[in-house]
Design a protein around this ligand. Structure first.
Ligand code: SF4
Length: 130
């Protein structure tokens, strides 16, 4: 059985916090926890792709969302994923008041710092699950 935790970020195209969600998820699955985690595309989950649904349904997932609409968390749950933690980018951003993080496509050093902090939170949760 596939024991890797699925880390699913929201899409958030055109929003800096959506970019942060995606970058934090990728940093986690590629750099921090490649043996224990993987990611899947939220768009495939939303459109009901059978292969991706098979990776989500009944499996442990961590979602990462860029705004209170919580698109990743809601859609992973609707697809049958077990959301062990729904990470909110804003929870980490609020510790960095006054920073702009540049743009929805490019992050500055402050943005990279936020991503690292979020990725660390995701890693700690993955370790707690496994
Ligand atoms: S959670 Fe917010 S930022 Fe992310 S895809 Fe949904 S609306 Fe966009």
């Amino acid at each position: 059985m596939d024991k890797k935790v699925k880390v699913v970020p929201c899409s958030g195209i055109g929003k800096v916090f959506g970019l942060m969600a995606r970058e934090a998820a990728l940093k986690t699955v590629i750099e921090l926890c490649p043996e224990k985690s993987e990611t899947v595309c939220l768009a495939y989950i939303v459109t009901g792709d059978k292969e991706v649904k098979g990776k989500i349904e009944g499996f442990d997932c961590i979602t990462v969302d860029g705004c209170p609409k919580m698109c990743a968390s809601k859609n992973v749950s609707a697809a049958g994923g077990i959301v062990k933690e729904d990470i909110k980018v804003l929870d980490t951003v609020k510790d960095h008041k006054g920073k702009k993080f540049v743009s929805p496509t490019v992050l500055d050093a402050d943005g990279e710092l936020v991503i690292s902090e979020i990725a660390k939170k995701i890693k700690e949760r993955i370790i707690g699950i496994n």
